[in-house]
Write a protein that binds this ligand. Structure first.
Ligand code: PGU
Length: 411
């Protein structure tokens, strides 16, 4: 695979000896590595969680960009507050209220994507050797962000209804600094945390005094069933709230290239995150925030999210139908109610990274499941994204994968 990814490995001890201890634990993300390969148009990519480029609201963004420069250039091209552009924070508060996120603009920090929020949270909470509780599997980008602060991960297994409550107590008892959860259409499995479990997670974490970091870039992208209350809301209803830090993103509902995300947290937490953000990048790009504000201020996002739900729901169905047609019957896969991913489990002992090597030769890409597991398990799992490719490409890509899977065992 290494040569296929054209990764250059240089052994330069002059530099490496000088790097910090934390640098030694860092590795490149395979999602990022594969992005370089999947940029080629002939590759059918089920790899990165990329929105469909044909659904980017080009016209609205073009017009908004013109208005921003025409009417607000002095602010848009200038430095701005670290917390974010005030009208944009107010807009985020109004938009997210529809999904049960109750906050005031003072509780919102605009970040360069939610990825940057994950990094800031790691920086704020983690000393080397601290424990962080994570789902297994979980978003590998979060593991990468937290790893920079040298924690030990405590894994809580998940099933079709999300985090396994029966395995949570033993982890919380070990006093993790926080519990990182993806309640909606989890990355990578697509699983959604069931309502009763949401209540229990909030209850148990709050009883033990463990903050929850709720990462929710996909919550608006539901294709069937009813929206479930975020942990932030359940926590607020239960007592005074304050036990949940919520991460949102405009990457999947507007455009990831704008790099806009946000953290919702109690003011003392925001205040401290702001100090770290000052040191990291001063602020999120003023122009991008004003652009998103101009696009969204007339209520555009609601209609756009409806369009995305329709299109991605169709693509999910196309992938599920193609899997039925082309994958060996012995394999298992998830049927997510929303989001961008589903998750395939190969028979025990098989290695999805061997399948990736073969698949890349057939010009199909996906992400092997291993790196989504903090505990080194999951070699026989893989993640498929269904938002990026049109249904006919999904069918063709799954057909090629199915043919490989029906051939030799991958061990
Ligand atoms: N949190 C979760 C759960 C995510 O899935 C992602 C993106 C992020 C945070 C970061 O998104 P922002 O764009 O910073 O708001 N996950 C995608 C993209 C990762 C990548 O390396 O391109 C994915 O494929 O998992």
């Amino acid at each position: 695979m290494l040569d296929l990814l054209e990764r250059e490995v240089t052994e330069d001890t002059h530099w490496t000896e000088r790097f910090s201890q934390r640098a030694q634990g860092m590795h490149s993300s395979i999602i990022r590595d594969l992005l370089k390969v999947t940029e080629k148009p002939e590759i059918i990519s089920f790899a990165g969680g990329l929105p469909a480029p044909d659904l980017f609201p080009r016209e609205e963004i073009r017009e908004a960009a013109f208005r921003v420069i025409d009417q607000h250039a002095d602010v848009a091209l200038q430095y701005g507050p670290t917390e974010g552009y005030r009208p944009f924070r107010e807009l985020l508060v109004r938009h997210m209220a529809r999904y049960g996120i109750q906050a005031r603009p003072e509780n919102v920090l605009v970040t360069a994507g939610s990825q940057s929020g994950l990094d800031l949270i790691g920086k704020l909470f983690l000393n080397p050797g601290d424990h962080v509780a994570v789902e297994s599997p979980t978003y590998m980008g979060a593991l990468q962000a937290f790893r920079a602060y040298q924690p030990k991960f405590l894994s809580v297994p998940i099933d079709a209804d999300g985090l396994r409550i029966d395995r949570l107590e033993e982890v919380l008892r070990r006093g993790p600094k926080f519990l990182y959860v993806l309640p909606n259409f989890q990355n990578p499995t697509g699983a959604t945390l069931a309502l009763e479990r949401r209540r229990r997670v909030v209850e148990m974490a709050s009883d033990r005094g463990v903050p929850i970091v709720e990462d929710d870039p996909y919550g608006q992208l539901r294709y069937n069933g009813a929206h479930l209350p975020p942990l932030l809301q359940l926590d607020a209803e239960r007592h005074y709230g304050g036990g949940v830090i919520y991460l949102g993103s405009l990457s999947k509902v507007l455009a990831p290239g704008l790099r806009l995300g946000f953290v919702v947290a109690p003011e003392p937490v925001i205040e401290k995150l702001v100090q770290f953000k000052q040191g990291a990048d001063l602020q999120t790009a003023s122009f991008n925030q004003m652009l998103a504000y101009e696009v969204a201020r007339g209520g555009f996002l609601d209609g756009h999210v409806r369009r995305l739900r329709r299109a991605y729901g169709e693509r999910r169905n196309a992938m599920l139908a193609a899997l039925e047609r082309h994958f060996p019957k012995a394999l298992r896969w998830t049927r997510p109610d929303g989001g961008l991913f589903l998750w395939v489990t190969l028979p025990e002992g098989q290695d999805a990274s061997l399948l990736l090597e073969q698949a890349l030769r057939e010009k199909v890409a996906f992400i092997p499941g291993g790196p989504f597991h903090a505990d080194g398990t999951g070699a026989n799992t893989l993640r498929l994204n269904f938002s990026f490719c049109a249904p006919d490409r999904i069918e063709e890509g799954v057909r090629r994968l199915g043919k490989l899977l029906c051939r030799a065992p991958l061990a």
